[in-house]
Design a protein around this ligand. Sequence first.
Ligand code: GAP
Length: 509
Amino acid sequence: MTITIDEMSTFCKKKGFIFPNSELYGGMAGFFDYGPLGVELKNNIKREWWRSHVQIRDDIVGIDGSIITHPKVWVASGHVSNFQDIMLSCPKCGNKVRADTFIEEQLKISADGIKMDKINELVKENNLKCPNCKTQFAEASQFNLMFKTNVGPKQDESSIAYLRPETAQLMFVDFKQIIDTARVKLPFGIAQIGKAFRNEISPRNFLFRCREFEQMEIEYFIHPDMKDCPFLSDTTYKIFVFSAEMQKKNEEPRLMTLKDALSHKIIKSPWHAYWLSTEHKWFVSLGVNPDHLRIRQHNQDELAHYSSDCWDLEYKFPFGWKEMEGIADRSDYDLQQHIKHSGKDLSLFDEATKSKVVPHVICEPSLGVDRSFLTFMFDAYTFDKERDNVVLKLHPKIAPVKLAVFPLLSNKPELVAKAKEVHKEMQQCVNCFYDTSGSVGRRYARQDEQGTPWCATIDFETLENNTLTLRDRDTTKQVRLNIIDLRTSILKLLNEELKFDQLGAPVKN
Ligand code: GAP
């Protein structure tokens, strides 16, 4: 069953995943707080991403830059002059809407990358009016999305700074220190996870477009002559591809191998093929259905000011196919801009070619944490008619709670004591929850709804032979297990992704 974005937002609030920010005071559009379950899921997503993109690779190092940086960074990057959306304003009631999304909704056409003149033309032609008071809109205008603040006690133009609208620039600004200290060799990447802020004109669709969000980004640097990607080994991997050409010709996306996409020059760079498939595989490895994923190339009008080619990894949300991650070729745009504006040398000595070079960012995988969160939630959300409750089939690696422990009856002190003991022990290795409230069936249902993959129940047989039942969320199958084997079994299930059937024969410590 597919639920709408509003139903998902209600579900997340009810279960303690996400709360609208400062609801006590009427709320703030575009800001959200992660609740007790949400923060666990979000941290697990970030941990999995960092582990697979940084820690298990030899070619990527991480940083954690500050949110407020020197304002010249944003002049050099082009954000001060270019990071804007087109806005329509009502001269009567003051209502402001983001022009492209408003036009898409009203006229049911794609408005990606639409220009100011075209917007004014469409508004006039179609007599589009303010949805609040039905007054004619004023001419469209540009609106810069960066949040401004003042640094220090002097509150004037000289102290203006910006909250970063992307984490990316920190990787360029710290570039010299990173190559001097981490002794990286081309090709290499710099990764970062952190907050970004955009003063979106019309925040909407819950976490999808908010004003404060998090990004997981990599700037991947190569020597500009290095056209081939040494990591692209498996070109038989299949993805739904939607190129700019296919969009222009009104064709449907096609499932194709990377090999075919490259040989037909649909994906031009092997680096793009590598990063797109790496990101696609990451989502699939964490349980996302590949039929709900596709890659879409930006058409020329859509490209950001720094990008010469860009593909998005998109997910089939209930409100349409939408970008989760952008993977852009940024060339040497940013490093050259910072060289120009800072007057500093940001080239490096490339051992392979024995020459100084300003490296190119061949790919910038830029993924939103909050959009990933939403993707995992939508893909996991299932309503089980037989059980008559929601089953959140989150991959165990990202599930907020891994194991719930219950005494069969809460009024039997021997069962309670044993269950508490097991819970305490298991808390040492995984996020573990203890519950006594309501019937066991009700407790299972509550855990299903929050995505807990396994529940352990202590019953009367436990007191006789030290075994418990372990129940699997997705199949509801139960096996009897010796308590001493529980820790090994859960860790094994988590780390090796064993099937539930294999649980009966746990490996001893
Ligand atoms: N450094 C490149 C960059 O920032 P982007 O396409 O503007 O590129 C990258 O953003 C990702 O950040 C998006 O694919 C999306 O997942 C996330 N993102 C961007 N704006 C967002 C917003 N207003 N709310 C939530 N996530 C957002």
